[in-house]
Design a protein around this ligand. Sequence first.
Ligand SMILES: [Zn+2]
Ligand SMILES: [Zn+2]
Length: 306
Amino acid sequence: MSDNSDSADDTVGTDLDGDPVEAFETLGHELRLAVVEELAARQRASAWQPEPVSFADLRAAVGVADSGRFNYHLNELVGSYVEQTSEGYTLTPAGYEVSAAVLAGSHAGSEVGPVEGRLDHDCHICGATLRGHYDDGYLSILCPEDGYLFGNTVPPAAVAGRDIETVAAVAERDLRRTVEDAVDGVCPECYGGVETTLPADTLPRDTQQTEDEDAVPARFECDRCGLTFSSNAAGVVLDHPAVVAFHHDHGVDVRERSYVEVESATERVTSEDPPRTRVELELGDERLALTLDGDGEVLETERHGG
Ligand SMILES: [Zn+2]
Ligand SMILES: [Zn+2]
């Protein structure tokens, strides 16, 4: 077999022309959402090996007496959110995604909060104790002196019954995953391709963002949905093996290191053409320096001292 005949089969097609309005309209009925929820509950409880559910069982579980009416709504779901086989009905992956979104409560953003309180972190600029503020589905990390430092969306289900410190930790974890996905070239929203530009040619437009003169911004852009966002250069290398090992050697679990602390890394553009950025992290009396190219790739790492 030649290399050419091999490569013809290993790329998934790119036809994404389904009508999203139609797809959402399909769900615009209480009974249909109830069917999706019922099948999703069974899928969760079955360790991803759900048994198909018969028409009669499904109708009884959702609690609809009128068989004709139930049949009509169920059929509207088949082909997009529900799959029908000779043994019964199961959920499609798209159906499961819908149920996960409903579970996270992201459709009900304004019903939880506002909540505010102090966090167990100090501002990397002035040293003051930071505060977290959650309202309207958004967590902000604030410094009493420097104002807004950063924030992230957090679905209401992640907030209910939790204190502000935990909510801030959830926001940071999601932010970290978002940046890690982008650095890996995958859009956290739509799974399109993401390009990293370092240093970002333009500063982030977010006017709330505190000007931090020492930070070198990286910019991420999705080629499918157009999502753009930024991070500082240290955020780009947070899960690089050299950074993980450096922290581990100093008894620090990098997964528990707050973004607020990593922001204190030293960042500097060392060359314009080709673009090179140097990020230095310090733990104890040892320093780790990483040199990154214009795509955020690590070209070189060095450790000094220790
Ligand atoms: Zn501050
Ligand atoms: Zn995207």
